[in-house]
Design a binder for this molecule. Structure first.
Ligand code: SAH
Length: 220
């Protein structure tokens, strides 16, 4: 009965969520389509599914959260920057929600998560939704990944206190990184920051204030 109720309301509440994203300034129709295509209720525990289309982060276990829809849409829009993307690297898979959104706007997605149990959870979620263009890795995305990768965009979905410059080498020319960054240490306000490498370094644009769980070193 409860499951049935959720099923009945979710299509409508999901469509409403996407309309709200549009009202709140998300303009890229490719991103809005992806947000409509990915069922967020499939990424949270059944008891929370009823709240899946509210614009709030929700717990996913292990002290982590599924990101707020507006933040996922905004980061995806900034990463896309109006371009078709070949490859995207995501740091901080969590339950795989943003990964699934990215898998619809890019040909190939690499995603890295430091908590082994969440890698397993994300793998189940992404397989259930047949996201076949995603490679998941249990790893520490605050440091060099030791991979041979070249992507158009890097999306870091955990809050950093300094730029993980080791990752910038994975960007193709013209590629960009989107990352929540706080400049006053761990307790400072985080801002979504767009990092565009230039021939002499990189250009940083500080955008919306956000709140993410911290980017932590090492594996768990
Ligand atoms: N992209 C997710 C956000 C999950 S929350 C979504 O769509 O909901 C952020 C995730 O980043 C957590 O699961 C956390 O464990 C992970 N994380 C934190 N530091 C990390 C690191 N150094 N490397 C990889 N993942 C990290």
């Amino acid at each position: 009965m409860a499951t049935h109720g959720t099923g009945m309301t979710s299509a409508r509440t999901h469509a409403r969520m996407v309309e709200r994203l549009r009202d709140e300034g998300i303009r890229d129709e490719v991103v809005l389509d992806a947000m409509l295509a990915v069922p967020r209720h499939r990424f949270v525990d059944e008891a929370l599914a009823i709240r899946a289309y509210e614009d709030v982060p929700l717990p996913i276990g292990h002290g982590q959260t599924i990101s707020q829809p507006w933040v996922v849409a905004r980061m995806t829009e900034l990463a896309r920057n109006g371009r078709d993307l070949d490859g995207v690297l995501e740091i901080g898979t969590g339950c795989g929600y943003q990964t699934a959104v990215l898998s619809r706007i890019a040909k190939r997605v690499w995603t890295v998560e430091r908590i082994g149990a969440l890698v397993a959870k994300a793998r189940r979620n992404l397989q259930a939704l047949k996201c076949g263009n995603v490679a998941l890795k249990h790893g520490d995305g605050s440091a060099d990944l030791g991979e041979d990768l070249a992507v158009d965009a890097i999306v870091v979905t955990a809050g950093a206190t300094h730029l993980p410059t080791a990752l910038l080498r994975y960007l193709k020319p013209g590629g960009r990184m989107v990352i929540p960054l706080s400049d006053e240490g761990a307790r400072g306000v985080q801002y979504l920051t767009v990092v565009d490498p230039t021939p002499n370094g990189f250009r940083e644009q500080k955008l919306d204030a956000v709140r993410f769980v911290p980017l932590l070193p090492g594996l768990a």
